[in-house]
Each structure stands twice: as structure tokens, then as C-alpha cells.
Design a protein around this ligand. Structure first.
Ligand SMILES: [Zn+2]
Length: 449
């Protein structure tokens, strides 16, 4: 008994502060790695123990959660929740007398269960809707920051990781091991007009009286910016510029912005900054500065240029707008229980930062509502739920010509926002305009119907 007490109290506290998985893995000699479940108790990862004591980590959903749950392999390491929750999974809060009995019998204790915020049904719906596209989907609750869904494709099956390893690491074109949701660095395209609009609102108290007559393109010096499909949008205010996603109007707005203030707004929205959350991520980059030329300013204002962002980061910005300006700290672990389900600890929602005032959030929400009601996101209107959002098409150059990413960020139940969604599909041909928004619609339909 003295040894058990020593082990569970003294040694556990020594290990609790160790950031090194290798050291934590010493626990694996005494503890069977615990389960990871979704929020409804569906098992996403478990350890099977053969009669001879051999332990195999098993992922019942195959590739469905490959990036967010990740993998745990004695030779290949750990990623995703398997990595960041390693300590919890190798800690046993099984009942004391049971642990003593195990100790006498030379048996291992069962590790704790990590109950995530993920929803297997919604994850499956997003996975199916993304289909064969490369890209990512992130869905979170607006008012809590709980992450319900995180899909990245191409993916991999963690059950056959060892045999697939060489292939997975040599496929540079598809990079199946990359979690595009958090580590994808994409041109934001027109979803970045959210940032530009906020910067313009902050610098022009009379922004409501902004007007611009779109002729389908704008030329400044030797640079010409065209609207999508060279559409002539005509006379617009800020709201209709946003709803129509008018490139010419936003290039014009960019030319009227104070760049230092624009940088400040981007920074307030966490560009070039650390992001909250538990998984590994890539920082987003906003590259304009006082030396940027006219072309770069016009391009950046409409979401092209040097700016890069992850789908996860765009979900955070959208969540703050939906939530009245306050970003709730996103999280993936709802609670930790012992293996019988007795709660050890629970995470509660908490605010991370105020990204904008409630007035600014309300104004952006109104503009995003216009996108769905009368603009480029109208495919989402007339459904069983209300939605607001912003579409985007991001051009990027490849040796074989112009290709585009398709974006959508938005939220549902506009009067009392419920789900926040961020979708990107990579490398579609020129007709990609509405691809991401229609994928978002398919996912949300499955949730609400
Ligand atoms: Zn236009």
C-alpha cells in the first residue's frame, strides 16, 4: 500500500510537470492507455490488450478523426489529441482498492478517458460533404468555443500507420499527414474582406455613407483589379460591396486605408499572433506595412497578396463576430473521467479576448447576413435555419495556370448564434465560387434536419 501511495501521489506529481512524452511514457509500464471518446461516448481511440498482454491502439472510425485525434505509435510518435492529452491517458484514477489489487496481481491499471467536445455524427457529415476535395472543415459552438468538428483531407488511417508510413511521408503533393485545419496556410481570398471592412469602419465613422460605382474593374497606375467574372456591380454602399464581394470596391477601400491602422486591426484579429487552442497550428500572416506598394495594398484589401490564414483562425474570427465581439477560448476536451465514467475534471467555457466591440460585431453580423440573404451566399437562404457568412475565392498561381481555393466562413441561428463553420476546398478550377458554401450547406442541413 505504501508503494501504491508513493506511485500515485509522489511520482505522479513529479511527472505532471514533465512536457516530454518519452518520460510520461514510463507510465505505460503500469497503465493501459485510456480511451478517447466523442461528446456522446462514442469511442474514437482505445487500447486493445491481447491474451499475451500485447497492446494495440485501435481507432474504430479509421481515417475519420485522423488529424484531430491523431495517433499514438511506440515508434512513430504522437500527434493530435493523442499527443497533447498523453498525460491524462496514461494516468489512472481507477478506484484505489482496485489499483491495490492490480498491484498485488502484477496487473496494469486502466488509464483515464478523455471525453472530447467532438461530435462523431457532425464530423461524419463534414467528412462526407467534403468528399474527394482536398481541404478542411472546422465547426465550433459560438457561445462556448467547443470544437465539434475538425476534418482535414487528404487523410490517413491511423490503424495502418506503420505499413503506410513511407508512402504517407513521401506524398508531397497531397501531404496526408498535414492537419490543414490548423496548419494549412492559405490565401484568404474574399473572406478577408471581413478584416478590411472592420478596418474601414474603425477609420471612417461615416462608413455607412460609403459609396462606390463598380464598373467591373479598377485600375490604379499599371494595376487592374477585376470583379469575379468581371461582373459590373454598379452603385454600392459598404453593405452591398460586402454582400456582392465586389473586388473593385474593396481595392478602392484599401487605397483609402491608413496602413498602420489596418495593421492594428489585423493584429486585433490575431494575425501575426499566437492563437488560443490546444493543437499545433501555423500562425497567420498579414504582410502589409508602410513600404507596401499600391498593387499589394489593393490585392490585400480583397484577400489576395501575401496574406495567409488557416481555416481554424478564420473560424475564430467568425466565432468572435457571432459572439458579440468576444472570442471564447476554443477547446477540444470536455472532461476527463476514470475508465468507469467517474468525472475527474471538467473544462468550462471561458472568454479568451475581445477582438472587437459589440457594435462592430453587430455591424459585421448584419453585413454577413446580407451575404446570405441577397449576396454571394444566397444558396444558404430559405433553409430550416438562418445563416450569415462570407464566401471567398482565392486565386493562386500554379505552373499549369490559374487555380482557385474556395472558402466559406459563417454561423447559424443568426439571432442567437449556434454553430460557427469554416470550410476550404483547395485547387478547384475557375468555377469554384460557391463550392465551399454549398458544402457548408450540406453539413448544416444534416445537423438541423
Ligand atoms: Zn464589383
Amino acid at each position: 500500500m505504501a508503494y501504491v501511495i508513493y506511485f500515485t501521489i509522489v511520482r505522479a506529481s513529479t511527472f505532471v510537470n514533465s512536457p516530454y512524452n518519452q518520460r510520461q511514457d514510463a507510465f505505460a509500464e503500469d497503465v493501459i492507455r485510456g480511451n478517447i471518446t466523442d461528446r456522446n461516448g462514442n469511442v474514437l481511440a482505445q487500447t486493445n490488450v491481447a491474451d499475451d498482454g500485447t497492446e494495440t491502439r485501435y481507432y474504430p472510425y479509421g481515417s475519420l478523426f485522423s488529424h484531430v485525434v491523431g495517433y499514438s505509435d511506440p515508434d512513430l510518435g504522437k500527434t493530435g489529441l493523442e499527443s497533447v492529452e498523453n498525460f491524462e491517458l496514461l494516468t489512472s484514477n481507477a478506484f484505489f482498492m482496485e489499483k491495490i489489487q492490480n498491484e498485488f496481481n502484477g496487473a496494469k491499471d486502466q488509464g483515464d478517458t478523455v471525453v472530447t467536445t467532438l461530435d462523431a455524427d457532425l464530423q461524419q457529415a463534414a467528412y462526407n460533404a467534403l468528399g474527394d476535395n482536398k481541404g478542411a472543415v472546422v465547426i465550433m459552438e459560438a457561445d462556448t468555443g467547443k470544437i465539434l468538428t475538425m476534418v482535414s483531407k487528404p487523410d490517413f488511417d491511423p490503424n495502418s500507420l506503420a505499413s503506410d508510413w513511407d508512402y504517407l511521408n513521401s506524398d508531397d503533393e497531397n501531404s496526408p499527414l498535414l492537419n490543414r485545419a490548423t496548419n494549412g496556410s492559405y490565401a484568404p481570398g474574399s473572406v478577408f474582406k471581413i478584416v478590411t471592412t472592420l478596418a474601414y469602419m474603425r477609420q471612417n465613422s461615416n462608413y455607412a455613407s460609403y459609396s462606390y460605382d463598380c464598373q467591373g474593374s479598377i485600375t490604379q497606375g499599371d494595376v487592374t483589379i477585376r470583379c469575379f467574372d468581371s461582373t459590373v456591380h454598379g452603385l454600392e454602399d459598404l453593405r452591398s460591396s460586402f454582400a456582392n464581394s465586389c473586388n473593385s470596391s474593396f481595392a478602392n477601400i484599401g487605397l483609402n486605408l491608413d496602413i498602420s491602422g489596418y495593421q492594428d486591426t489585423a493584429k486585433d484579429l490575431l494575425f501575426n499572433s499566437e492563437l488560443p487552442g490546444v493543437l499545433d497550428y501555423t500562425k497567420s500572416s498579414f504582410a502589409l506595412d508602410k513600404n507596401s506598394d499600391t498593387a499589394e495594398i489593393m490585392m490585400t484589401a480583397m484577400g489576395q497578396g501575401e496574406t495567409t490564414v488557416s481555416p481554424y483562425h478564420m473560424a475564430l474570427i467568425t466565432q468572435a463576430i457571432a459572439n458579440g465581439g468576444t472570442l471564447m477560448e476554443p477547446y477540444l476536451v470536455d472532461s476527463v473521467t476514470n475508465y468507469t465514467g467517474t468525472e475527474v475534471r471538467r473544462n468550462v467555457p471561458k472568454s479568451y479576448a475581445r477582438l472587437m466591440t459589440s457594435e462592430e460585431a453587430a455591424q459585421l453580423k448584419d453585413y454577413m447576413t446580407a451575404v446570405v440573404n441577397e449576396g454571394t451566399g444566397s444558396v444558404l437562404s430559405g433553409r430550416s435555419y438562418t445563416a450569415a457568412g462570407k464566401t471567398g475565392t482565392a486565386e493562386y498561381s500554379l505552373v499549369d495556370g490559374e487555380r482557385t481555393h474556395s472558402w466559406f466562413v459563417g454561423f447559424t441561428n443568426v439571432d442567437n448564434p449556434e454553430l460557427v463553420i469554416s470550410v476550404i476546398t483547395e485547387g478547384s478550377d475557375g468555377s469554384a465560387g460557391g463550392k465551399a458554401v454549398s458544402i457548408a450547406g450540406t453539413i448544416l442541413d444534416s445537423y438541423y434536419n
